[in-house]
Design a binder for this molecule. Sequence first.
Ligand SMILES: Nc1ncnc2c1ncn2[C@@H]1O[C@H](COP(=O)(O)OP(=O)(O)O)[C@@H](O)[C@H]1O
Ligand SMILES: [Mg+2]
Length: 400
Amino acid sequence: MASPSPFDLPVPAFSVAVVDEDPKLRTRLAMQLGEAARAAAFGALEAVDQKLPAGSPLVLVVGPSFATPAAMGEVSRVTRARPEVSAVMVVHELSTEILQAAIRAGISDVVALAAEPGQLREAVERATQHLNATAPPAPSAPPAVAEDGGSRGRIVTVFSTKGGAGKSFVATNLAVALARRSSRPVVLLDADLQFGDVAVMLGLVPTHTVIDAVNEIDRLDVSLLQSLLIEHEPSGLRVLAAPIEPAFADSISLAHVRRILDLLASFASHVVIDTPASFNDIVLGILEQTDDIVLMAGMDIPNIKNTKIGLQTLRLLHVPPTKVKLTLNRANSKVKLDIADVERTLQLKADCLIPSDIAVPQSINKGVPIVLDAPRSSVARSLERLAELFPAPAVGERAR
Ligand SMILES: Nc1ncnc2c1ncn2[C@@H]1O[C@H](COP(=O)(O)OP(=O)(O)O)[C@@H](O)[C@H]1O
Ligand SMILES: [Mg+2]
């Protein structure tokens, strides 16, 4: 059910122009885009303006030489003046700063130079969807109702801008708590593709991982995908584990993750996603597709600063604030900050407070989630209350 790539069409309905001052680099990028894109390479934006007449849909792929405020300003002048133009930027290294500046400049996607060529093609493909934003919705839009006629599952993503915030611990416990409440399957997807550890936290041996799904992506359907999920027997939760080797993560693209998520949401009541602590392409794509975000923050200044940047970035991505559930972890720590300070700084009320408790690392080390290991602890009770915030969508309805 993957939407057809515009590059499959004999003649693309839009032009692609690669712009960078480095001739070798721009040729390389044009080649990466593949024959079918027929990308033209230019040394400067003015040259594009002269060669490609106004009014015809165009995706600009700007190279790393545009990663300065002045150059991004130039790009934003073009995209603002010409609504038929979208821009994608290629950078040496992705960072939240670049991403934010790019989003502010109206650039629709940022891809790392070292990313596999498919990622750039996908970014261009997505940028064309922005171009067609005013056109009638494509017939391939995802169904509002699951294939079995039931409701589509609610996608809940656990995210933070810092490692060690407690994402994996919360994602596993939230997923287990939801699985115990739901009459339909609940799936936990480990999208920390390099260092995923939810299987370990649940005491599971990952006999299959997301890599198996990616290897079968062309013939992947619900039953094949279900056969790749590992069951957490004590709760009935199903897990799609992260690759065993960090290097395998490179072979997974956003298109793969989108396809997998679509299939999971077609039969599960909830899909809980654990993420790495960075805004990479895949995380951005997930954040676009998710129904809810559990934003994890700690109680120290660097943590709050990063959370603020994370919130700004979510705003720039047009994530509605109602989707964000702020969760303060280690909220009873004897530190200088109190909850009111944090809420004031973030201009957001906390939806969930999780105390610090030695029982957390103890349960992790046992491979037994704390909601099962110590259900009466205040940590487990706060996680159960978090689960209550995400009722399953009513039959025939979408969560969002
Ligand atoms: N509320 C808490 N109380 C005590 N320890 C915690 C708490 N939350 C997280 N931890 C500890 O912090 C570490 C990092 O948690 P983890 O979920 O792996 O973070 P992340 O996935 O965000 O990197 C874990 O070892 C866990 O034991
Ligand atoms: Mg983690």
